[in-house]
Design a protein around this ligand. Structure first.
Ligand SMILES: Cc1cc2nc3c(=O)[nH]c(=O)nc-3n(C[C@H](O)[C@H](O)[C@H](O)COP(=O)(O)OP(=O)(O)OC[C@H]3O[C@@H](n4cnc5c(N)ncnc54)[C@H](O)[C@@H]3O)c2cc1C
Length: 307
C-alpha cells in the first residue's frame, strides 16, 4: 500500500490552487476546483479528490481542457438553459451551471422540501395541487437476493456502511465488484481495513463507465485489495464468508464484516402508492432501473422539457 501523507486541508487547497494557477486557470476557477477536490478527499471519496490533479495537469497540457474557458449561456428558456463550457474544467462549468439552475428554480418558484418523506400520507396532503408527479427515489442494495444464504442476517448493507449508519470491522469482505463495492472497498482500505472483493462475473467494474474501469483496476492493485472473480457467496459465518468459484472450489475468507454491495434494486414502491393519486406519473433515474448519475441527469432533463 502506498505511504499515506497527512496534510491540513487548507494547505492542500492552497497547493491545488497554486498548481492550477500556474497552469493558467484564473484564481477563482482554481479555487473552485480546489474546493471540489478537497471536499471529495474529506468525504473519503479520494477517487474524485486531489489524486486527480496530475490527470488534470496532463489534460490541460495536451489541450484537452481549456484553462481559460469562457463559460457562456447559449440560450435560456422557462426552465431550460444551455451552457457552453468551452472545454473548461468540469468543476467550474458544473458549478456555474448549478448556480444558473438554482437561480432559475428560485425565479420560477420551485419549492424544496427537505427532511420530508414522500409517501401516501404526504401525497394526500398535497392532492389536487399538482398535475404531475416524478418518482426519483433511487435504488437500494437488494438484500432479498441473499434470501437463500445461510447466515445472511450477519450481512451488512453497503449503503448503511457508506452512509455511516453501520460500522465495518478491520477485515472486510465485500460481495459485489461493481461501482458501489469498488468505491466502498477502496475507501475502507484507505482507512486501514483489510479488504477482499468477491465478484460473480469474470471481471470487476461491470457497471463502471469504460473510461473509468482502468482507474479502479489500478487502485485495487495499488491498494492491495484481493479480488475473487467468478465467485459467489455461499455462507456467512462468525469467521467470515465462505465463497465458491465457478469450478465449485470453496474458500473461507476470514472477516469481521461481510458487506453486500450488490445487486441493486430500484425503489419503485412509490409508483404503486401514487398510481391513483395523480393524473400523470413518471419515473426518473435509478428509480426506473439502477444505472449511473448520467442517466439520472439526462432523464430529469428530458422529462423537464416534455412536461
Ligand atoms: C458508493 C456509490 C458510488 C457510485 N459511483 C458512481 C459513479 O462513479 N458513477 C456513476 O455514474 N454513478 C455512481 N453511483 C450511482 C449514482 O450515485 C446513482 O446512479 C445516481 O445517484 C442516481 O440518481 P437518482 O437521482 O436516480 O437517485 P439518488 O441519487 O439515489 O437519489 C434518490 C433520492 O431520493 C430520496 N428518497 C428516496 N425515497 C424517498 C422518499 N420516499 N421520500 C423522499 N425522498 C426519498 C433519497 O434519500 C435520495 O436522496 C454510485 C453510487 C454509490 C452508492
Amino acid at each position: 500500500m502506498p505511504k499515506t501523507i497527512f496534510v491540513r486541508h487548507g494547505r492542500l487547497h492552497y497547493f491545488i490552487r497554486e498548481v492550477l494557477k500556474r497552469l493558467r486557470l484564473p484564481a477563482p476557477h482554481a479555487s473552485r476546483v480546489g474546493d471540489a477536490l478537497v471536499a471529495a478527499d474529506l468525504a473519503g471519496v479520494e477517487g474524485e479528490g486531489s489524486s486527480r490533479l496530475p490527470l488534470f495537469a496532463s489534460r490541460i497540457g495536451s489541450g484537452l481542457i481549456n484553462p481559460a474557458a469562457d463559460i457562456r449561456m447559449l440560450y435560456q428558456e422557462q426552465g431550460t438553459a444551455v451552457v457552453d463550457g468551452d472545454n473548461g474544467m468540469g468543476h467550474v462549468v458544473g458549478a456555474r451551471s448549478m448556480e444558473i439552475a438554482i437561480e432559475m428554480a428560485k425565479k420560477l418558484g420551485v419549492e424544496m422540501k427537505f427532511n420530508t418523506e414522500a409517501n401516501a400520507k404526504f401525497m394526500r396532503s398535497v392532492l389536487h395541487q399538482y398535475d404531475v408527479c416524478i418518482v426519483a427515489s433511487g435504488a437500494r442494495i437488494d438484500m432479498d437476493a441473499y434470501a437463500g444464504i445461510e447466515g445472511r442476517e450477519r450481512l451488512l448493507d453497503a449503503l448503511d456502511v457508506a452512509h455511516g449508519r453501520k460500522q465495518a470491522g478491520k477485515r472486510v469482505v465485500i460481495i459485489g465488484g461493481g461501482k458501489i463495492g469498488l468505491v466502498l472497498g477502496e475507501s475502507l482500505r484507505k482507512a486501514g481495513a483489510e479488504v477482499v472483493i468477491v465478484e460473480r462475473d469474470k471481471r470487476i467494474g461491470g457497471d463502471v463507465m469504460p473510461t473509468f474501469k482502468w482507474r479502479h483496476t489500478t487502485w485495487v492493485e495499488e491498494l492491495g485489495i484481493a479480488v475473487h472473480t467468478s465467485s459467489r457467496l455461499k455462507r456467512v459465518t462468525a469467521e467470515g464468508a465462505l465463497i465458491v468459484d465457478a469450478k465449485g472450489k470453496e474458500t473461507l475468507l476470514l472477516a469481521d464484516s461481510v458487506i453486500a454491495a450488490g445487486p441493486r434494486k430500484a425503489n419503485q414502491e412509490l409508483f404503486a402508492e401514487f398510481e391513483w393519486m395523480v393524473d400523470e406519473l413518471h419515473g426518473c433515474g435509478d428509480a426506473l432501473m439502477p444505472r449511473g448519475i448520467d442517466a439520472a441527469i439526462h432523464e430529469g432533463y428530458r422529462l423537464g422539457v416534455r412536461i
